[in-house]
Each structure stands twice: as C-alpha cells, then as structure tokens.
Design a protein around this ligand. Structure first.
Ligand SMILES: [Fe+2]
Length: 195
C-alpha cells in the first residue's frame, strides 16, 4: 500500500484554439526573462527597451510535484523574432534526468530542439496532431517558426523538476533563424557541450 496521499480525480478544460487550460496557474515569459539566451544581444536590448514583448505563456494544472503524479500544462509560444532568431522557450532538462515527457501540438508550426547528455542533437517538427516523445536524458526547447501561436500540451512526471541553468550556461548546439525568408538551422557559435 502506497503512502501517497489519495487525491480526488479532476478535469481541466483545454481550449485547442487558444491554449487556455482552466483551472490553471499561468506563468508569463517576456524577452527580458530570456535575455542571456539570445544570439543577438543588441536586438534583444532594443526589444526590451521598446515594449518587452510577451514570448510565451505556460498554464499548469494544479498537481503535486511528486513521484507518481503527472504534471501537465499548455504552452502558448507567440510568433516573433529577436533579430534573425525565432521566438523560443527557455528550454530545460529535468532535474531528475531519467524522466521523459510528451509534447502534443494543438496549433501552429514549430521545431522541438533536443540535446542528449552526451551532446547528440535532434530536431522534430511540431504541427497540429504531432505527439513528440522526449526520452529521458534529453534537454528540450521549442521554437515557433510560423505566423501564428504555437500551442502544445505537455505531460511529465510530477517529480521531474526543471533545470534551466544548464541551458543558460551551455545553449543548444543550433539556432533557428529566418534567413532569405526561410527557416534555417545554423550552428550556435556559443554552444558548449552540455556535460
Ligand atoms: Fe520538460
């Protein structure tokens, strides 16, 4: 018999068009919240001084951050760029590295960047209906490469935890940019192997 506290089952309601998850707890991220992560620091500073645009919102269902539970949330990543670089989420790896996650895309067009603890790099396309499996030991970041909000639903072990600091120090191996009107992945000159 588990010592886990028995909690009542519950519903949240997700609007597939807007990404609203209700009831939920909302976290907002502006360009200023991600400042050290941009390739073009000057472009980031200009945007911050102008109107510091909202890059994304994450709306979490109220679930204990404990083993056995499943955290779940929606993310609404707005279209936009900082210089050539498309808007992206901070990205993280799980504090408990041996935990996986699923990203189910509801709206929009995106790229899911992943880097393993051994420095392998993988990219998956995100589109309505894509369900991406992020295995254990992979850092993950999403990028909106379309004209409309990229909206996806995430499910992860309650005790996974979020390590943002490693990505902040090391970056991802590639950047997603718009060049000559096209989406391109280019090497990140500031990347340091994630070990
Ligand atoms: Fe995650």
């Amino acid at each position: 018999m588990s010592v886990m506290k028995i909690m009542k089952p519950f519903n949240v309601v997700i609007n597939f068009k807007t990404g609203e998850l209700s009831p939920g707890k909302r976290v907002l991220r502006r360009v200023s919240d991600l400042k050290p992560l941009f390739y073009n620091q000057k472009a980031a500073e200009e945007l911050i001084h102008h109107d510091d645009p909202l890059m994304y919102e994450v709306i979490y269902a109220d679930v204990p951050e404990e083993g056995g539970h499943l955290g779940h949330c929606t993310t609404i990543l707005y279209p936009g760029r900082v210089g050539e670089e498309f808007f992206f989420t901070k990205g993280h790896r799980h504090e408990k590295l041996e935990t996986a996650e699923i990203y189910f895309c509801l709206q929009g067009t995106g790229k899911l960047l992943m880097e393993s603890v051994e420095g392998e790099f993988e990219v998956l396309d995100m589109f309505p209906g894509s369900s991406s499996y992020i295995p254990p030991y992979w850092s993950h970041r999403t990028v909106n490469v379309g004209q409309e909000p990229l909206i996806f639903y995430c499910i992860f072990p309650g005790d996974a935890g979020h390590d943002y600091a490693t990505i902040e120090r090391h970056g991802f191996p590639q950047l997603v940019v718009e060049r000559n009107g096209k989406v391109q992945l280019i090497p990140n000159p500031y990347w340091k192997k994630n070990v």
